[in-house]
Design a protein around this ligand. Structure first.
Ligand code: NAD
Length: 485
């Protein structure tokens, strides 16, 4: 590889880097140039077994440590991650193509936040005491065992940390499989956790495509699966996990609505729409890609949006001045191009962008369609790229029904100055994460996850603890035991 922060082998198992060149090679491609910058090997069956055995072997001793001890290690890992933010951000940019301007403030930093938050929480995890007359019950909050994490390609450091931190805080061990498109960053998370003192086997990373993920999910020695990916993959993983009655967390796709009422502060609404459609070149699951704008302010909104988009700095993502980078892969770029073509063919009005840039790498212009109707493909399907659909509305009840008319339910946003309406609309959204006069904030303190087909369970916050631990009830009789005979 051509850059200094490269992990030294494909997998991280039992506290060290492991290579097995029998596995199918996977090219690591820098999205800004299309150049192959490295190679990893997909996990062979032997590597899968080795990783799971390593996680199983480490689990009991890890769970037996006090929460304070486990938490100290996670918090130390958070500190290391912050100290290495620059180097990790450069790597994240090579892995994903996202601009350094973003990665330096979002990826390792939010990974570190999760490690710090759940590290702090590890010592506070308790059961409860339930008095029943003289008798009593106590509950023990116990680890699930071996957890498998499977990641999407848009936030490789963050996803590896968001799954690893609560899992480890609760006394589980983990085998994490990053997306084959962005295999590098999770290895650094493993390296840092072990440098911080995590015993060998507590956090392992193996590479591979869907077949490796599927082998992990259906393995009898796995107790929980947490997936971040698309709804179709979620269906397969959920079904495979169900066959083994395994715990699941599903962080899946979305087609989230953002409603801009006529009284909204337009500059803020435009900012929200930009953050909710063009950050990370639109490759964000919770993006508000159906932007319903009241007809009274629609043209003003579109004019200001176009003016602001014209100031985007599109270019080399390692340049801190660049604010808009390439798509993650040629495949993803082609998928998005096909949606842009459908938007045009189905009669939407192309207001901004729509073209591939004439340069190396997988660059598309930020793209805005107006006059989009509810039945158009670009208003119904997740595009996962920089394509905003602007739809008209006039009536609150009508727009709410249309906003909720989707099988997805990940996120939703509203821009208005009317306090009552803001909360009424938030309550009416069928979505796991709602925003009032903002969009796409994801602090570790807040539960994050989807309703409807966008997901099962929640990441981050205290809620994540419930998805990485289970309660055991212990009944204690103080007197004699009565029996019928
Ligand atoms: P994807 O579903 O193609 O792949 C996700 C992961 O699942 C990859 O690691 C892949 O190798 C693995 N996989 C594929 N088939 C599998 C199988 N049968 N069994 C086990 N694992 C399998 O998703 P993607 O293209 O990498 O990411 C984009 C999608 O992820 C979008 O739909 C996006 O909305 C979603 N996403 C959701 C969230 C969230 O938190 N809700 C966050 C980021 C991305």
């Amino acid at each position: 590889m051509t850059y200094p922060t490269q992990p030294t082998a494909s997998h991280f198992i039992g506290g060290r880097y492991v290579e097995d060149t029998d596995g199918t090679p996977i090219d690591v491609i820098y999205p800004a140039t299309g150049a192959v910058i490295g190679k990893v090997h997909s996990a062979t069956p032997a590597i899968i077994e080795q990783a799971l055995a390593s996680a199983r072997g480490a689990q009991a001793a890890w769970a037996a440590m006090t929460g304070t001890e486990r938490g100290r290690i996670l918090r130390r890992a958070a500190d290391i991650m912050r100290e290495r933010n620059h180097e990790l951000s450069v790597l994240e940019t090579y892995d994903t193509g996202k601009p350094y301007q973003e990665t330096s403030v979002v990826d390792a930093t939010s990974g570190a936040d999760a490690l710090e938050y759940f590290g702090g929480m590890a010592a506070t995890l308790t059961g409860e005491h339930i008095q029943l007359g003289e008798d009593w019950i106590y509950t023990r909050r116990e680890a699930l065992g071996v957890c498998v994490g499977i990641g999407a390609w848009n936030y490789p450091t963050q996803i590896a940390s968001w799954k690893g931190a609560p899992a480890l805080a609760c006394g589980n061990t983990m085998v994490f499989k990053p997306s084959e498109t962005t295999p590098l960053c999770a290895l650094k998370v493993a390296e840092i956790l072990h440098e911080a003192g995590a015993p060998a086997g507590v956090y392992n990373v193996i590479q591979g495509l869907g077949d490796v993920g599927a082998a992990l999910v259906s393995h009898p020695d796995v107790d929980k699966v947490s997936l971040t990916g698309s709804v179709p993959t979620g269906r397969k993983v959920y079904a495979a996990a169900a066959a083994g009655i395994k715990h699941v967390t599903m962080e899946l796709g979305g087609k989230s609505p953002m409603i801009v009422f006529e009284d909204a502060e337009i500059e803020n609404a435009v900012s929200g729409a930009i953050l909710g459609n063009f950050y990370s070149s639109g490759q964000v699951c919770s993006n508000g890609t159906r932007v319903f704008v009241h007809t009274d302010i629609k043209e003003a909104f579109l004019t200001r949006l176009s003016e602001r988009l014209a100031t985007a700095v599109i270019g080399d993502p390692q340049d801190p001045e660049t604010s808009f980078g390439p798509m993650v892969s040629a495949r993803q770029m082609e998928i998005v191009q096909s949606y842009i073509a459908k938007g045009v063919a189905e009669g939407a009005r192309l207001v901004y962008g729509g073209k591939r840039l004439d340069r190396d790498g997988y660059y598309l212009e930020p793209t805005v369609f107006a006059d989009v109707t509810d039945d158009m493909t670009i208003a119904r399907e997740e595009i996962f790229g920089p394509v905003m659909a602007v739809l008209d509305f006039e009536d609150e009840a009508d727009v709410m029904a249309r906003a909720n008319d989707t099988e997805f339910g990940l996120a939703a946003g509203v821009f208005t100055r009317d306090l009552s309406r803001a909360h009424r609309v938030a309550a009416g959204f069928e979505a796991g994460t709602c925003y009032i006069n903002t969009y796409n904030d994801a602090p570790v303190e807040a539960p994050f996850g989807g309703s409807k087909q966008s997901g099962v369970g929640r990441e981050n916050s205290k809620a994540a603890i419930h998805h990485y631990s289970q309660l055991k009830s212990v009944y204690v009789r103080m007197g004699d035991v009565e029996a019928p005979f």
